[in-house]
Design a protein around this ligand. Sequence first.
Ligand SMILES: Nc1ncnc2c1ncn2[C@@H]1O[C@H](COP(=O)(O)OP(=O)(O)OP(=O)(O)O)[C@@H](O)[C@H]1O
Length: 421
Amino acid sequence: MVGGYWRAEKRCGGGLGAPGCMLPLLGPPANNKDTMLRSYVRWRCVPAAVEAAQQTAAAPAASGSSGGPEQEADVLIEFKNVWKSFGSKQILRGASFKIRRGEAVGIIGSSGTGKSTTLRLAAGLLQPDKGEVLIKGEPRRGLISDDDTSDKLKVGLVFQSGALFDSLTVGENVGFLLHEHTNLPVNKIQELVAESLGKVGLSGVEPLYPSELSGGMKKRVALARAIVRDEKHDNVEQVIMYDEPTAGLDPVASTVVEDLIRDLHEKHGEGHHHEVPAGGHHRHHHHHKHHHSHPSGSSTSSASSYAGSTSFDSLASANGGSLAGANGSSSSAAASPSGNGTTVTPLGALPAHKQPPPGGITSYIVVTHQHSTIRRAVDRIIFLHEGRVVWQGTVEEFDTTDEPIVRQFASGSLEGPIRYE
Ligand SMILES: Nc1ncnc2c1ncn2[C@@H]1O[C@H](COP(=O)(O)OP(=O)(O)OP(=O)(O)O)[C@@H](O)[C@H]1O
């Protein structure tokens, strides 16, 4: 893949501004269409800096992670009748669902129905007005804070915008939380940053600034930041939540990100440390077969500026409280303030094949409006409507269900129970 400027020069023969020059403004994201427009206006041609390896996508096989008998010990995150309002706006109205170990879950539903709010609640960035968010069976106590280290479950959140710091290089962005919140030496951080960028197929882009990246690359850098290892949490399994990871991407760039989400999950779980190959990558579908440590994440949140607006970007670490740790050791079980009497099965009691990995991305949640992302990146769907879960099922069931809300949503019809003001 080549940078947009080079491509423009080639196509235009005489270079930008030559008579009759037609700029190729349609194309894959790395054509840098915005940048080309700006450059065109300035009659200037700057060589594109770095090329990232764009992976072509292999079709994911069905993973079938949603079947099987329910085991409470497999439930990592549970919403129990969660209510949340902002001022007079009631957003969540009794949302209940479970995210289990090994699952790839999509949360979908109309705009404004509370999908992002759900992720923020799960990450501990918001507190419910009513109801409970349980992390491995334990009610979350309060909001996460920078000091809130978790030995139970890490919950990483990748925001829609990517929310990279414009004034920092890619390397500084990916390593930001390690610089801020660990005492790791600089060369160690650089190593971890390189490892993380390698996993998203972007080795060597550390010196670039976000403005030099395409939209798809920015999203992959945001992924790299979410999965960067902090070593301190190497033994903690994690759930990563992606908020509209493919929004605004062209179909091919979307496929790259969708497959990357799957690949990171599986690779982390199985402990494959190789980088994403440039021309395509292998596909593994062995949920519940994680044996190797390869986790990541960090435990803080920060405000960051992106594309002129301030957005909240967080890599949240959730402290679920008291429960046997990923390695089977138990910590003292302090009673939760709400004391709902939830029985927690120690993970040590799980059969061997259900044992969590000693780290790694155990499960993930994707909030998306994109059909391709639903089909390619998730196995099970949770459908939110007016602040409640109105339907859950596999992607296959999504296609065949008679549930009127789902049918209307899937078809985009104006006729049906979903009303738009
Ligand atoms: N911190 C906040 N303060 C006030 N209102 C908020 C806040 N966060 C979210 N909202 C409002 O809550 C509603 C639900 O927002 P949310 O982002 O959860 O919806 P969503 O389902 O993710 O929507 P979309 O698909 O459009 O992204 C929106 O109307 C939004 O404006």
